[in-house]
Design a protein around this ligand. Structure first.
Ligand code: LLP
Length: 430
């Protein structure tokens, strides 16, 4: 199987950034998420380099929903990243991680009055999703005697080749304002006393392996930029969103790079903004393509079973990685302690959750397995831990970060006490 260069096999063991996965599993226990900080930095730099080589003003915002660990966000903050934040919680994380407020875009289709108030107070830009929200934000800014810089989230009505649950720019999706109604929305924003419209924002979907849809999105956005510029809107940024996919099937999926993205998208973008006579900042908001392949989930085989097929029952389930259950997502698996053994037996790797759908990897040819073996589930740095739960009252596992030759916890494992910590007995039970 093709592996990115931070994953290697030595003496039968899988290594991540030079660290032995079996030793990490022994030291920290399983299940365990392990992330290579070096790999995240490398991916960020390749975005920055590919875009900056072709356009003078570029801002890479990390989509914090993909991985909200503070250590991951701090690593990115130190490289100058901003963030796409989708909640007050993510706003808080981004600031604590050291990201500058002016590099944050508060997205979201259903913001609370408290979200809007916080956005005003912290001085972050807001991607406004409806006219109702616009007026609520204007009122919140007036109350605070401030002006808020905004973009509108454009719904570009684009079909994209991805799972329907993660196509976000369809005409029928809940996100954004239909592109035809966008000029009217800006007219309304220009009339708001405490709102300054300075950007446009879109996001067409996630796990898109073809660059073409991003080119179409850029075309829609520069067309809108032209109309808005003619209308007198001074555009400071155009945010093309995230969405670049990664090759979860290592040997067969296309693997579009930031370089491929930039080479195709920027020429359209550049020509479009030049035609408007403006040089706004280009913003992108990648999540998955920055962090997914930096991380593996190590899980131990509790038992094997031969029923109508061979099952490997492991200690991580959809409580820790919901993507296979939720989107039928494919993740490569490697037996970390038998990484160069022949693949002789077909197994379905199943988690410990009380649900038939708790399958991490169906029907995979693997080395013969025994209780105690360690399986690494690859490409789990995006929407992995971030979407985890305590279902079946399972404490969430720890996360380890690796930098150079060092490894350290970036999140301790939860205990049962953490599960009960927020629970209370109502008065009549006390
Ligand atoms: N910006 C906005 C406004 C978004 O809604 C998203 C993702 C991103 C950026 C980042 O997209 P990315 O570069 O990661 O594709 N849980 C799903 C993915 C949901 C994506 C939602 N929005 C999964 O596990 O596949």
């Amino acid at each position: 199987m093709k592996l990115a260069h931070h994953l290697t096999v030595q003496n039968g063991h899988l290594k991540i950034s030079g660290q032995d996965c079996v030793a990490l599993a022994e030291k920290y226990g399983t299940p365990l998420y392990v992330t290579s900080e070096d790999r995240i930095c490398e991916q960020f730099q390749s975005y920055k380099k590919a875009l900056s080589a072709r356009y003078p003003k570029v801002q890479v915002l990390f989509a914090a929903k993909a991985n909200g660990n503070l250590a991951v966000m701090r690593a990115l903050a130190q490289l100058g990243a901003g963030a796409d934040i989708f909640s007050s919680g993510e706003l808080h994380l981004a600031l604590v991680a050291g990201m500058a407020p002016e590099k944050l875009l508060f997205n979201g289709s259903s913001k609370t009055p408290a979200d809007l108030k916080l956005a005003v107070e912290k001085g972050v830009k807001v991607s406004v999703d409806s006219l109702d929200e616009l007026h609520q934000l204007d009122a919140a800014a007036r109350q605070a005697e401030k002006t808020v810089k905004i973009a509108f989230r454009v719904n570009p009505a684009l079909e994209v080749p991805t799972h329907p649950k993660i196509a976000t720019g369809l005409a029928t999706s809940k996100f954004g304002i239909p592109h035809k109604e966008i000029p009217a929305a800006y007219r309304e924003a220009l009339a708001c006393k405490n709102i300054q419209p300075v950007g446009i924002h879109c996001h067409i979907g996630s796990q898109i392996l073809d660059i073409e849809p991003f080119v179409r999105a850029a075309e829609v956005m520069v067309r809108i930029a032209k109309e808005l510029t003619n209308m007198g809107v001074k555009l400071e940024f155009i945010d093309l969103g995230g969405g670049l996919g990664i090759p979860y099937h290592h040997d067969t999926d296309p693997s579009p790079s930031p370089e491929d993205y930039a080479a195709k998208v920027i020429p359209f973008f550049k020509a479009g903004v030049e035609a408007c006579g403006i040089t706004p900042e280009l913003w992108v908001e990648p999540g998955r393509s920055l962090v997914a392949d930096s991380t593996i989930l190590l899980t131990r085989v509790n038992s094997t079973k031969s029923a109508h097929k061979q099952f490997a029952n492991v200690d991580a389930g959809f409580n820790l990685l919901i993507r296979p259950a939720m989107y039928d997502a494919y993740h490569e698996v490697i037996v970390a302690n038998k990484a160069d053994a022949p693949h002789t037996t077909e197994y379905t790797v199943t988690g410990p959750i009380c649900e038939t759908g708790d399958i991490l990897a169906p029907d995979r040819k693997l080395p013969e397995l025994a209780a105690g073996d360690i399986i690494a589930v690859l490409d789990t740095g995006a929407y992995g831990f971030a979407m985890s739960s305590q279902y079946n009252s399972r404490p969430r596992c720890p996360e380890v970060l690796i930098r150079g030759t060092q490894a350290g916890l970036m999140r301790r494992g939860e205990t049962v006490a953490d599960i009960t910590a927020t629970m209370e007995h109502p008065a009549w039970q006390r």
